[in-house]
Ligand binder design. Structure first.
Ligand SMILES: Nc1ncnc2c1ncn2[C@@H]1O[C@H](COP(=O)(O)OP(=O)(O)OP(=O)(O)O)[C@@H](O)[C@H]1O
Ligand SMILES: [Mg+2]
Length: 498
């Protein structure tokens, strides 16, 4: 345990009796508090002591820097924030911190100040522009669908008093921000503990600044604070994938994936020369501030093709994508004009031959005074018709997500939807989509869903029927899993009661 953590952990109002109020209870927790690196992400298993680590870190920081320690602790929503706030109140009050419940702030005897806030909408981060903090904490960072508000908060880290500033985040695998969090913290060093360096140049002075970040992995086995019953509870709480993600902190498992049917081995193929007589279609999801997605598909006739695996008749092969995302900025759009996008499309498909059909999301056809996006693209040479935007099943007809799922599942001849390995953004984002927590049959639209929407439009333009005898419709698959899950849980409960 570091010096600061120990000092912070003792009651300050009684110099004789020393009662330990808080101390690290696992190696990663101790490391998190002692870590001098600018940006630290503590992530992994449920119950790996992450939230308490953030609170312990604040105690340490406040103890070291007194009145110059100014902190901000955020979560995505109010209910989640209140949980952290109550735990902080319980711990910090014993160390002389005074809380202001209407402002959600607290102040230590030395003047150290910490503010608690929730950022329900991405724009809420703007309120903090111009503030100065020495510590910013983001709890459950995976609940932020886009990194934008988090990065805005990072820009508030500065201290006129020379306090070394730091960004501290915690999180579990899964959640709408899973893919950007994984890309930023996990992918560069999945086992963690490795310091990653990024170099920045000050545009005025030319001075080079190195910013460091590190991922500290948390596992349920790091400590024995919660006992076997907690592990049993977790084991009963979801699909096997979710349990693995939560118990082991495994980020490669996309917990709650909307399309668990998507498998790289099955659905991703090396590019091959598309036979000329296959028909071509194009689909698009419009976006400006968010990425747009354009996809080109060829329809297989089921014949063998040189250099290609066997492909089922009627399968859609996505052979090209154009994803309008700013370089390395997930979920941030290029903000191109309709004309620029149309010209880009024409240039990309100049050697494709005839495009038999092209569909675009209906919102791009709405007129708001001037010509619609679709009209402007048409004038610049890219024609589209309105896509069928039915997301979920209604009145017996399959919705778009079911169509996409049914194509991923395919038939006896194989999958009915394939992706060239060059369609990297579709391959990155479609398997990462999550269920909407309030409407399980729909995708959580807080995730990066543009390539999926566009693929859905393509699937709806060529709907498939799938009334194979004995096979329940795709839309019931979830209910079936659910029933199985209940049975498994009941069986487990009974065996535990014995
Ligand atoms: N150092 C500590 N001393 C005493 N109790 C602790 C300590 N660290 C964590 N705990 C307690 O252990 C429990 C789990 O810890 P915590 O809430 O920090 O885990 P978590 O990783 O944030 O969990 P989740 O993934 O559910 O958010 C909580 O009741 C917390 O108060
Ligand atoms: Mg927590």
């Amino acid at each position: 345990m570091g010096r600061a953590a120990h000092a912070a952990a003792t009651r300050t109002d009684d110099p004789v009796e020393t009662v330990v109020v808080w101390e690290p209870r696992s190696k990663p927790q101790a490391a998190f508090i002692a870590c001098p690196i600018f940006e630290v992400f503590f992530g992994g298993a449920r119950g790996s002591l992450k939230t308490d680590s953030a609170l312990g870190d604040w105690l340490s920081h406040a103890d070291l820097y007194g009145e110059n320690a100014i902190g901000l602790m955020v979560r995505r929503n109010r209910v989640q924030l209140m949980e952290t706030y109550e735990r902080a109140k319980f711990l910090f009050s014993k160390l002389g911190f005074k809380f202001n419940d209407s402002e959600h702030t607290c102040k230590g005897a030395t003047g150290a100040r910490l503010r608690f806030a929730y950022l329900e909408r991405d724009q809420d981060a703007e309120e903090y522009q111009g503030h100065s903090y020495t510590r910013v904490y983001v709890e459950e960072i995976g609940n932020f669908p886009s990194p934008a508000p988090v990065m805005k908060l990072m820009a508030t880290l500065r201290s006129a008093a020379g306090v070394p500033c730091g960004f501290r985040a915690t999180g579990n695998p899964g959640g709408p921000g899973q893919h950007w969090v994984k890309a930023r913290y996990i992918d560069p060093a999945p086992q963690g503990w490795k310091v990653l360096k990024t170099e920045f140049t000050n545009p005025w002075s030319g001075e080079k600044i190195i910013r460091e970040r590190v991922f500290i992995p948390g596992r349920i086995t790091d400590h024995d604070l919660l006992g076997a019953a907690y592990i049993a509870n977790l084991q009963m709480s979801g699909s096997p994938e979710l349990v693995r993600a939560w118990l082991e902190g495994d980020w490669s498992v996309v917990a709650g994936a909307f399309f668990p049917e998507f498998e790289a081995d099955k659905h991703v193929v090396k590019p091959f020369a598309i036979p000329e007589h296959w028909s071509h279609i194009r689909a698009m999801d419009w976006g400006g501030a968010r990425p747009f997605s354009v996809g080109w598909y060829a329809v297989s006739d089921g014949q063998d093709v040189q250099g290609a695996p066997k492909i089922a008749r009627g399968a859609l092969v996505k052979y090209r994508e154009w994803y309008g995302m700013k370089l390395n900025q997930h979920n941030v759009g290029l903000k191109l004009t309709a004309e620029e996008v149309a010209r880009g499309i024409r240039a990309l498909e100049s050697e494709d031959g005839k495009i038999a059909d092209a569909v675009l999301d209906p919102s791009a056809f709405s007129t708001d005074g001037g010509p619609s996006i679709a009209e402007r693209m048409r004038a610049a040479g890219a024609h589209f018709r309105e896509a069928d935007n039915k997301r979920v099943a209604r009145a017996g007809a399959l919705g778009g997500w079911d169509q996409l799922r049914a194509r991923l599942k395919g038939n006896d001849a194989g999958p009915l939807l394939l992706f060239f390995s060059t369609c990297t953004e579709s391959i990155r984002t479609i398997p990462a989509l999550q269920h909407d927590s309030l409407k399980a049959e729909d995708v959580d639209t807080e995730g990066e869903d543009h390539a999926a929407d566009e693929t859905r439009y393509a699937c709806m333009s060529r709907p498939i029927t799938h009334d194979a005898p004995g096979e329940p419709p795709a839309k019931y698959a979830q209910h079936r899993t659910f029933t199985e899950m209940v049975k498994r849980q009941t069986a487990r409960r009974l065996s535990m009661e014995e």
